[in-house]
Design a protein. Structure first.
Length: 350
């Protein structure tokens, strides 16, 4: 590959900072970070019920939108129309004498760019990237001719993966409909299916609160929310004493209850759990863990509506414990769990 050179980021991209105070009609073309998906460069959700408050960035169709707040979530998308974008993001445009316009979105979406950008995030609760730091980062770029060739190949691969993702989503809908058909809902379910509170099924052990001074490069990995969400965030390590209850081993079920609600089957090595994540101890009722994971996933949206806080959303433990999931007999649990694993193994092992 022919290398064109090494460039500072402000030699590669424009950071458009033009803003406006939204009027009512802007609610139809508003994009917030919540509309961007970490695993897709395409936008499928947009708009708000009312005009957003505060100044927002003006975006043009084709601009590359980058979530600078909590950048470890790796939210990058192409603006599908002219509109306004969250001030917690950046509106980026290519400098076409240095980077090809079709290659540019793939570059911003790449781990090469994102990993470097994430490292300069500042702040603990909501790490944010500042333009003054980002613009100084240096990146190596191939020649424009090579970029055009790469763009053609990368877009072909990306679009093929996007079609596969849509197939997976269709599979998800099939599984969801099968779940409802077999177990019903909390208000309407077969007589032989109970709906049981999460707090009556298991004990939920919260992780340890670590200070940045506790982090190191040796010892056991510390599991943080960003290590569960697939953001590619590197582990920090802890080499000290800890209560045995926060130790996590392969096969443990974990639930993040703050910032990003989710339920996961841990497949990594022995580790230590950070705060804001529960380890599930199935000490109350017999339940297939794979069935449990799927049943809890069906309740995440409901729990999100009950979440509290402005800076970091979280669900209160009492409300979490009182959330009910389907609890059929063991045979039905295993039958459904096997159906899910056959339909989409990545649900549990990805």
């Amino acid at each position: 590959m022919r290398i064109m050179g090494i460039f500072k980021f402000d030699e590669i991209a424009f950071n458009s900072t033009e803003k406006k105070k939204p009027v009512d009609e802007d609610k139809y073309t508003y994009l917030g970070l919540e509309h961007l998906d970490s695993d897709s460069i395409y936008v499928t959700r947009y708009g708000a019920d009312v005009a957003p408050k505060g100044e927002k960035l003006i975006m043009k169709k084709g601009d590359v939108l980058f979530g600078k707040r909590r950048a470890y979530q790796k939210k990058v998308a192409i603006a599908p129309f002219d509109g306004i974008f969250s001030a917690h993001g950046m509106v980026l445009r290519p400098k076409e004498d240095v980077i090809d316009k079709d290659f540019f979105p793939m570059f911003i979406k790449s781990d090469y760019f994102l990993d470097a950008a994430i490292k300069i995030s500042v702040g603990s609760l909501s790490p944010t990237i500042n333009w003054r730091d980002l613009k100084e980062l240096k990146f190596e770029l191939p020649s424009l001719e090579e970029q055009r060739k790469l763009a053609e190949v990368l877009w072909a691969i990306y679009d093929m993966k996007d079609k596969y993702k849509k197939l997976i989503l269709a599979t998800d809908e099939l599984v969801k409909s099968q779940f409802i058909e077999m177990f019903g809902t909390e208000d309407n379910h077969p007589e032989d299916v109970q709906f049981v509170k999460l707090g009556d099924i298991a004990t939920y052990i919260n992780g340890m609160a670590f200070k940045p001074d506790d982090w190191g490069e040796q010892g056991l990995p510390i599991i943080r929310i960003q290590n569960l969400t697939g953001s590619g965030e590197a582990f920090n390590y802890f080499d000290g004493e800890y209560p045995e209850k926060v130790e996590v081993n392969t096969g443990d079920v974990l639930i993040s209850w703050s910032a990003s609600l989710g339920v996961y089957l841990w497949q990594g090595e022995k580790a230590i759990l950070n705060q804001h994540i529960f380890k599930v101890d199935f000490d109350k009722l017999e339940i297939d863990k794979y069935f449990y994971i799927y049943a809890v996933q069906q309740k995440l949206e409901e729990m999100a509506h009950k979440s509290h806080g402005s800076t970091m959303k979280h669900i209160v433990k009492k409300e979490f414990d009182n959330t009910k999931i389907a609890y059929p007999n063991e045979e039905l649990q295993i039958r459904f769990a096997d159906f899910v694993k056959q339909s989409d193994k990545s649900k549990f092992y990805g």
